[in-house]
Design a protein. Structure first.
Length: 121
């Protein structure tokens, strides 16, 4: 017999509260974070991230600025973080955290790929 909907919802809320914050970076929280390191600029233009490879350190920040005509995202291929849609002429900033060395892409154009390399501590 399966649990009643109320119990399932409570379990899902509990798991979401415990697990999801550890896996996903909130765009709003990232935008409001106090940055202690360097802010690295990544331009989004001509269906590409520029630079396509970026070396960062924990405490640095990455600001993606969209100069293309339509929305783009910077979304980790493993799902750990996502900027959400960045509209034309807008930007989104994330603080670099431990374990953030990753490959990312635009969910709107999967051929748009780039990579972050984390400097060893």
């Amino acid at each position: 017999m399966s649990p009643d909907p109320t119990r399932r919802e409570a379990m899902a809320a509990l798991l979401g509260a415990a697990i999801l914050p550890a896996l996903y970076t909130s765009r709003a929280a990232a935008q409001d974070a106090v940055i202690s390191g360097t802010i690295h600029e990544v331009a989004i233009h001509s269906f590409a991230f520029d630079p396509a490879e970026l070396t960062v350190a924990i405490g640095d920040a990455i600001r993606w600025s969209n100069a293309d005509l339509s929305p783009r995202t910077a979304s980790a291929e493993d799902g750990r973080c996502d900027t959400g849609p960045i509209e034309q002429s807008e930007s989104c900033t994330f603080e670099v955290t431990e374990g953030m060395a990753l490959s990312y892409q635009s969910l709107f154009h999967l051929q748009m790929r780039a990579k972050l390399l984390l400097v060893p501590v």
